[in-house]
Design a protein around this ligand. Structure first.
Ligand code: KIV
Length: 275
């Protein structure tokens, strides 16, 4: 053991090792999106474990209809703002639509998010077809969060924002994708808008932590878009909960969210989807 190291001290920062240990210990991981310094600092004070600078910024910050127009420069800028506030929370930056058409371009842009933005992990949507990129990133020391289920960057291909993996063929395909991404070196998986039983199945099948959004209470952790969690969104998705809604201020709402994820009281059955 290194001189001066303390085995009982809480970790100063959340790392991929921390997340893996939380999964092994059965301690739920509380995650939110963030886009700027002030809210990232509030999330940090509330004890949020992971902050994702999602390309959802194209909708909740820029007012777009989809996430597709978001650029690498946009994510670099917002990641820098969020990273400036974070000492403990793990800052994850999203790879925007068409930022990784091939592994070399993906490696270059992921490198920008880490070097210029200050991210400590990147997230990318897609299944087994992204395994070569995940492998390349991992080989270069870039931690990766994969993203399955509803993939908003494919909204036009999907024909809308719909629950994914309702039938067994789709569910089995998603499990194969998840295992391929883990095998390629992904450190974390986000599953969005999938039936509760499927998200629990993926969490059980994978060694890496699985974070759910609209995926029920059986995951290793939860994430919400910050604007949905604070009741800012005018038409929030059914799986969200407004933690500001009962008169708490922003700081109280963020603390209530972390507490509810850790106590597994959020999400409730009313926030999940059946097959
Ligand atoms: O972009 C985003 O905010 C996301 C979350 C919804 C997981 O991908």
């Amino acid at each position: 053991m290194a001189r001066g190291a303390r085995t009982d001290a809480p970790p100063r920062t959340v790392t991929v090792a921390t997340l893996a240990a939380m999964k092994r210990a059965g301690n739920p991981i509380a995650c939110l999106t963030a886009y700027d310094y002030g809210f990232a600092a509030a999330c940090e004070r509330a004890g949020v474990d992971l902050l994702l600078v999602g390309d959802s910024l194209g909708m909740v910050v820029q007012g777009g209809e989809t996430t597709l127009p978001v650029t690498v420069d946009d994510v670099v800028y917002h990641t820098r703002c969020v990273a400036a506030a974070c000492r403990r929370a793990l800052v994850v930056a999203d790879m925007p639509f068409m930022s990784h058409p091939d592994p070399e371009t993906g490696l270059h842009n992921a490198g920008r998010l880490m070097k210029e933005g200050g991210a400590r992990m990147v997230k990318l949507e897609g299944g087994a077809e992204q395994a070569a990129l995940v492998d390349r990133l991992a080989a270069n020391g870039i931690p990766v969060c994969a993203h399955l289920g509803l993939q908003p960057q494919r909204v036009h291909k999907l024909g809308g924002y719909r629950v994914q993996g309702r039938d067994e063929d789709q569910a089995a395909g998603m499990e194969r994708d998840a295992l391929a991404l883990e095998e390629a070196g992904a450190d974390l998986l986000i599953v969005e808008c999938v039936p509760t039983h499927l998200a629990a199945r993926l969490s059980g099948a994978l060694t890496i932590p699985v974070i759910g959004i609209g995926a029920g209470g059986g995951c290793d952790g939860q994430i919400l878009v910050l604007h949905d969690a604070l009741g800012v969104t005018t038409a929030p998705p059914r799986f969200a909960h407004d933690f500001c809604g009962d008169g708490r201020g922003v700081n109280g709402a963020l603390a209530a969210y972390v507490e509810a994820v850790r106590a597994r009281t959020f999400p409730g059955p009313e926030h999940g989807f059946e097959a």
